[in-house]
Design a protein around this ligand. Structure first.
Ligand code: HAM
Length: 443
């Protein structure tokens, strides 16, 4: 197998005609996060494995079987982050960000994450997450703000019919009682359950509800529901959240099967579900929830948090399916056409001068006929062509062709930037006195 010829299984190249879409998605998400006063925190891809074992939880599938973990040359166990939250909280604690900022501390992040999962539609072994964490405030309105921000992000990208699924996992008291109830329910069936579920039963029986093995899944559907175990405080909290979502007209449905795959959650958990117009479902576009014990678990103060992450590849794929994002349709300001070897360097210098002035300029490196150059300019969606032959070179006059209007002008080399500034309506920087210059100061 020619391994050097292929990308690693489960990874994905983002090709040049796709990167613009990825950047646009991220730019919308960043802009909205900033509007909500979130600031970016960049943590390393590598963390000590304990961050995730303690943070995401020994009982989670992620820690049990999906992490890229290895010993570094100093024999330390390190892991390529399978998600951001645990590493972000590690950094918040280590840098005491909770102590030097007003709470909640509002963080956003973006970058690659790695999980050794079975690759399938929407599921990669390296993928990109964009997410937020709001740390240090227990108000249910903080949970609400985070969910509504995520919803506006999706709405702003054009996804106006996203399904928000929510559930409450309750507080510690709720989950202790619920865990016992689940153990009682699953015990008589344990011998017939999959080996993973046998382990889950011991470490965290809540995870059995996530099992994809058909027999266990059917069993899980009949299991006791957490809603029946919610403490009074958790019930009130969940009701307050639902009423805030109602007031904000954010459509949601309560899904009592939603437990999420990471162990740190308590109280509300949520996911954003969407099927593209082509009928494809790439899996949840994002998900998150409230966590009460994560900070303490990682050695920090007893502060809660709430956050979510989106999968950027999934967002890109649904937006592409729904034609809300196109493959890159960049245009080019100017295509430079040197005619003959003598003028090549000169034409390249003019191209660079225009680039320095802020225009996108491409240059024909091949010695091809003028007609062919025009074809290339049109393929690149160039707005103008600058044609430089021997005459132009000798007289320092350049031929500029407006490719849409099919009009041609001869422009002094010294005025070429100013000429384009006038056309593109930019303030003239050269203070010339040319007719085509629109800068009042030049008149
Ligand atoms: P998660 O649900 O594991 O949550 O991942 C969040 C999102 O990342 C998913 O909804 C999906 O869009 C994307 N994603 C996850 N795994 C893959 C994969 N293998 N391939 C492609 N995309 C994937 C978390 O990671 C939590 N840290 C979210 C959170 C933040 N909770 C609180 N704060």
């Amino acid at each position: 197998m020619p391994e050097a010829k292929n990308n690693v299984k489960g990874t994905r190249d983002i090709l040049p005609n796709e990167t613009g879409g990825f950047i646009r998605i991220e730019s919308v998400l960043r802009t909205i996060a900033s509007l909500y006063s979130y600031h970016e925190l960049r943590t390393p891809v590598l963390e000590y494995s304990d961050v995730f074992a303690r943070g995401v939880g020994e009982g989670s599938d992620i820690v049990r079987k999906e992490m890229y973990t290895f010993l570094d040359k100093g024999e330390r166990s390190v892991t390529m982050r399978p998600e951001f939250t645990a590493g972000i909280i590690r950094s918040v604690i280590q840098n005491k960000l909770y102590a030097t900022n007003e709470l909640p501390l509002k963080i956003f992040y973006s970058g690659p994450a790695f999980r050794y999962e079975r690759p399938q539609l929407g599921r990669y072994r390296q993928f990109t997450q964009f997410g937020v964490e709001s740390v240090g405030h227990n108000s249910v309105l903080n949970d609400f703000e985070v969910i509504s921000m995520a919803y506006s992000m999706l709405y702003s990208l054009g996804l106006t019919s996203v399904k928000v699924k929510i559930n409450s996992l309750g507080d510690n008291e709720t989950r202790t009682k619920y865990r016992e109830a689940l153990k009682g329910y699953f015990l008589p069936h344990l011998d017939n359950m999959c080996p993973d579920c046998k382990q889950r039963y011991e470490i965290n029986p809540l995870r059995i509800l996530d099992c994809k093995v058909p027999e266990d899944h059917v069993l899980a559907i009949g299991a006791p529901k957490i809603n029946d175990f919610l403490s009074e405080t958790s019930k009130e909290r969940f009701e307050a959240l639902k009423s805030a979502l109602d007031d904000a007209a954010i459509p949601y449905e309560v899904d009592d099967q939603l437990v999420r795959g990471l162990d740190y959650y308590s109280e509300v958990v949520f996911e954003f579900d969407y099927t593209s117009l082509k009928g494809k479902n790439y899996g949840a576009l994002g998900g998150g929830g409230h966590y009460s014990n994560l900070m303490k678990e990682l050695g920090g103060p007893d502060l809660p948090g709430v956050g979510f992450s989106f999968g950027i590849e999934r967002l890109y794929d649904v937006l592409k399916d729904d034609e809300l994002i196109k493959e890159d349709d960049d245009t080019l300001d100017i295509y430079m056409m040197p005619l003959g070897n003598e003028v090549r360097l000169y034409a390249l210098e003019i191209a660079n001068k225009l680039r320095l002035a802020g225009y996108s300029v491409d240059y024909c490196f091949d010695d091809v006929k003028l007609g062919n150059m025009f074809k290339r300019a049109s393929k690149k969606r160039a707005k103008f062509a600058v044609i430089i032959g021997e005459n132009e070179y000798n007289n320092h006059k350049l031929v500029v062709k407006d490719l849409a209007k099919e009009e041609q002008n001869e422009i002094e080399e010294d005025n070429i930037v100013c000429y384009f500034d006038a056309i593109f309506n930019q303030e003239c920087k050269c203070k010339c006195s040319d007719d085509y210059c629109t800068d009042e100061q030049c008149k």
